[in-house]
Design a protein around this ligand. Structure first.
Ligand code: ADP
Ligand code: ZN
Ligand code: ZN
Length: 671
């Protein structure tokens, strides 16, 4: 997550990405260009070439792989009859026929910019990177729409790209832009559009017709010949990092792309990433702050509940229970947040200590109560049974591995000792929902998590229910934390964040802090709910540093402290990382081979005096997947070219050990 402004210039020094070897007889001649298909924009090709070098993938794989599938299908270019039109001709006809309206005066329904927004708006005029740091509800989106409007109305055919981390957030955002820019063609790119529609939107962007493109991470790869402004909302979000194939960071590529074409980049967030703060300190990015809520009301105060003094019985402390009761009595809404799906994280035997595990991954198998939504999409009841020897049977309960997704039935007795005293340990949102139902039988309770909501559209429907006040208590996971604006939400209760607090990943505190700031931001954003809003966090560690900054709503202070820690430890952004990962059925052999790679790389680094440290091999989490042991070695260096030189060597080694199923991850987010 750290392509850096100053290092962009020297990326020419990077070795080309790995090439795929192809037998000459397999290479076919080029017949000629497809009539009507727009010529590839050189800046777009440059972006692909950079991504290939930086993220270590063959250029051809990326450039071709990123074309919409529909456009890669040769059938679509052939006319069915002599002289007839091909599917492509028809599609292109639709693209060209799309009304090319000029932007109209925006409706007066948008509030005028306040002074902070105006200052930000005025500053975002020139090429460069602007960090728009504003608490939730401070009016960042309002600034985005205004900046986009100025760009589009400038008359120079300019195009704007807006990125959001999740499709769940697109409908709200699209509506805001559509309102601010009536008459402007907006291409909305996400994973839920059909292949043909994706091709149409892509062509519309590539021909410069779509003036505004809104999409998730993949949209950074959209060819836009007149791109002048990129907006990355929630820039700190890890969804911007692709976790398979080419493991790119769309946020980082946005930085490179904007710089390469001299465009303006706006990185918006209530909790900018630590990497971004580092660039602000180095004066590479300009910081613009929106310190207050746009509606003028103060942020809801955050209070900690020490669960040593007020134990969270059945997941809820006494204080939380009375606060919820109070808000419900006043006709307000409550959000109870717990970032853990299912009923309980593990099923365990009280006699012998057996606990439910996934036979493939080795991690705890989570106990789920099966509800209609999850039945519909369940992978057909796989043969794999977590408690071996037990025949699957119909049941409303099920064990599920959250890593590989397989299901298994719940054993009647302990598969180890035969005791029938099996009990769920810990608490997920389903169990918390039970607690709430028991405690507040009159309340209308809605649970929102990945088991109840599978698609962006479904989430939008649930959110409407909340907005129409058809529910009193919302209980849910991360899914709810982001970007949703609930007018009556007067109380937010964070049931348990302690597991994340003590996670070993060096980015865990940053992630948790961002999540809590976002969840807290759901409380009392508008007039009637305003003054009374509260945020309660139940924790066993009220003294933790993270909470000190959270209570003071001091995002910059938290970032500064984290940066100092990372500097001392030599962690990103004070060093660069890359992982070489392998997956193979035999752990011993994998470790041994990774060790030989590590030694080879260390030796090479020493010979050239490249300042690179190679760690490992270490197991990844989870260690096992699909019957293969997963391990990695980590390369760390202050020098990006040195790091990439070693990666190029590692790739040669990988090609000789194909059975290990290796890949490279540059700037991994989870280590
Ligand atoms: P953010 O994107 O930072 O969460 P939004 O742009 O969604 O913030 O604004 C939050 C709320 O404040 C919205 O309801 C919006 O209409 C309102 N708002 C934004 N700017 C202003 C303003 N200048 N004056 C009054 N209300 C505003
Ligand atoms: Zn047992
Ligand atoms: Zn598994």
């Amino acid at each position: 997550m750290a392509i850096q402004w100053d290092q962009m210039a020297s990326d020419q020094g990077l070795r080309p990405g790995p090439e795929q070897e192809l037998a000459p007889e397999k290479i076919r001649p080029i017949c000629g260009p497809i009539p009507g298909l727009p010529a590839a924009d050189p800046a777009w090709i440059a972006l692909m070439a950079f991504a290939a070098r930086y993220y270590r993938r063959p250029f051809g794989t990326i450039a071709v792989g990123l074309l919409p599938k529909w456009l890669r299908d040769i059938k679509n270019y052939a006319a069915k009859k002599e002289g007839g039109r091909s599917n492509f001709d028809r599609l292109m006809g639709e693209v060209v026929a799309a009304k090319d309206e000029t932007p109209q005066q925006s409706s007066a329904s948008e509030p005028a910019l306040n002074l902070d927004q105006l200052a930000a708006f005025e500053a975002i005029q020139k090429p460069g990177v602007f960090v728009l740091h504003g608490v939730t509800g401070s009016g960042k989106t309002r600034v985005y729409t205004e900046v986009a409007r100025r760009c589009i109305e400038s008359g120079a055919q300019q195009q704007v790209l807006v990125m959001v981390p999740e499709i769940g957030l697109t409908p709200q955002l699209v509506a805001r832009f559509a309102q601010a820019l009536p008459g402007v063609e907006i291409a909305v790119l996400h994973s839920e559009v059909t292949e043909r529609e994706r091709a149409r939107l892509w062509l519309s962007a590539a021909t410069g017709r779509a003036r505004l493109v809104i999409g998730t991470r993949l949209s950074i790869m959209t060819p836009m010949p007149h791109l002048a402004l990129i907006i990355v909302d929630e820039e700190h979000d890890h969804s911007y990092k692709q976790q398979e194939g080419m493991r790119y960071s769309a946020r980082d590529l946005a930085v490179w792309r904007a710089q390469n074409i001299g465009a303006t980049l706006v990185l918006g967030s209530a909790t900018p990433s630590i990497e971004t703060w580092a660039q602000i300190e180095r004066k590479k990015y300009h910081l613009l702050s929106l310190p207050h809520r746009a509606t003028g009301e103060p942020a809801a105060p955050i209070e900690l509940i020490d669960t040593l003094n007020d134990p969270a019985k059945e997941g809820l402390s006494q204080q939380s229970r009375s606060a919820i009761a109070q808000v419900l009595a006043d006709g307000g809404q409550v959000l109870v947040f717990l970032n853990r799906r299912g009923y309980a994280p593990v099923l365990s035997c009280g006699s012998c200590g057996w606990s439910s595990r996934c036979p493939d991954c080795g991690v705890a198998a989570v106990l789920h109560r099966v509800d209609a939504a999850s039945l519909a999409t369940a992978k057909s009841n796989t043969t794999s049974v977590i408690a071996r020897g037990e025949a699957p049977r119909q049941s409303t309960w099920r064990l599920q591995c959250h890593h590989c997704g397989i299901f298994a039935s719940v054993p009647r007795q302990c598969p180890e000792c035969g005791d029938s005293d099996l009990s769920p340990i810990g608490r997920g949102v389903q169990r918390l929902e039970d607690t709430l139902t028991a405690e507040f039988p009159q309340a209308r309770i809605l649970r929102i998590d990945r088991d109840t909501v599978k698609q962006g559209k479904a989430l939008a429907a649930e959110i409407e229910k909340i907005e129409r006040h058809e529910v009193d208590i919302v209980v849910g996971t991360q899914m709810l934390a982001k970007g949703h604006d609930f007018a009556r939400m007067r109380l937010v209760v964070v049931a348990d964040a302690d597991t994340q607090l003590i996670n070993a990943d060096f980015r865990a505190p940053e992630r948790l802090f961002a999540t809590l700031v976002q969840v807290a931001g759901r409380a009392g954003r508008h007039g009637q709910a305003g003054s009374a809003a509260r945020v309660l966090i139940q924790t066993r560690y009220p003294q933790h540093r993270l909470y000190r900054y959270l209570l003071g709503q001091d995002v910059a202070g938290f970032a500064k402290a984290e940066l100092e820690d990372r500097q001392v430890a030599g962690l990103p952004p004070f060093s660069h990382m890359a992982a070489v990962r392998a997956a193979y059925r035999d752990e011993t052999k994998t470790r041994q081979l990774l060790r030989t790679l590590r030694d080879e790389l260390q030796q090479l680094a020493a010979e050239h005096s490249w300042p690179v440290t190679v760690y490992g091999p270490v197991a990844r989490y989870p260690e096992m997947q699909a019957g293969k042991w997963r391990g990695q070695i980590i390369l760390e260096s202050g020098s990006r070219p040195a790091l990439h030189n070693l990666l190029a060597t590692a790739e040669g080694w990988m090609a000789q050990h194909r059975e290990l199923d290796c890949h490279v991850d540059v700037d991994p987010v989870e280590v």
